[in-house]
Design a protein around this ligand. Structure first.
Ligand code: ATP
Ligand code: SKM
Ligand code: MG
Length: 175
């Protein structure tokens, strides 16, 4: 039985938002996306927030959103790729959720993030190098919080959602 929210973590382009929606439908749970909640609350999009308030301002807003989502109803929650950077966020995730790390190779991440410009941290001359650098820094943090790790390189979003649902059913069957 799933009695805690399911948080999807992982790098930009791992598919947290895309797979999260499909997973929520599969589990018949509501869906929330922390990036979207943050944008709605702020009344501005992520590039604007980074421009005006810097990454530190964005991270403050992100932590507030996470706290509220953690005290809300049980649902599937796609998080932002940098949610694991702050220790207090990692504690919240571990305490309140079942955490799924969606993994993908840097090549896949590059391909999946190259189609739009709404990710400020990737608006650099060499996004491939940035993706590798972020992955090196963050992979241990995603693993630290994860109950389940799923590789999404070789599956469609639908297949990935079904794979996560199966893993969750297995892992929560003893609860
Ligand atoms: N398993 C997959 N196979 C192929 N394409 C995928 C897969 N998962 C996601 N995509 C595509 O990659 C793009 C980025 O996915 P998505 O926005 O869900 O990533 P994200 O993890 O939420 O990233 P961010 O941290 O920036 O919010 C989308 O166009 C999506 O359709
Ligand atoms: O990986 C990150 O740090 C980010 C990922 C996105 O989901 C957004 O939260 C924002 O673009 C920052
Ligand atoms: Mg997303």
């Amino acid at each position: 039985m799933i009695n805690r929210s399911i948080f999807l973590v992982g790098p930009m382009g791992a598919g947290k938002s895309t797979i999260g929606k499909l997973l929520a439908a599969e589990l018949q749970l509501p869906f929330a996306d922390s990036d979207k909640v943050l944008e709605e609350r702020t009344g501005a999009d992520i590039p604007w927030i980074f421009d005006v308030e810097g990454e530190a301002g964005f991270r403050r807003r992100e932590s507030e959103v996470l706290k509220d989502l953690c005290s809300g109803p049980v649902q599937v929650i796609a998080t932002g790729g940098g949610i694991v950077l702050l220790e207090e966020n990692r504690q919240q995730l571990k305490k309140h959720g079942l955490v799924v790390y969606l993994q993908a190779s840097s090549e896949q991440l590059l391909e999946r993030t190259s189609k739009n410009t709404n990710r400020p941290l990737l608006q650099v001359a060499d996004p491939r190098a940035r993706i590798i650098e972020l992955l090196e820094e963050r992979d241990p943090l995603y693993r630290e919080v994860a109950d389940i790790v799923c590789d999404t390189d070789h599956c469609t979003p639908k297949q990935a959602a079904l794979m996560v649902a199966e893993r969750l059913a297995r892992d929560t069957s003893a609860d």
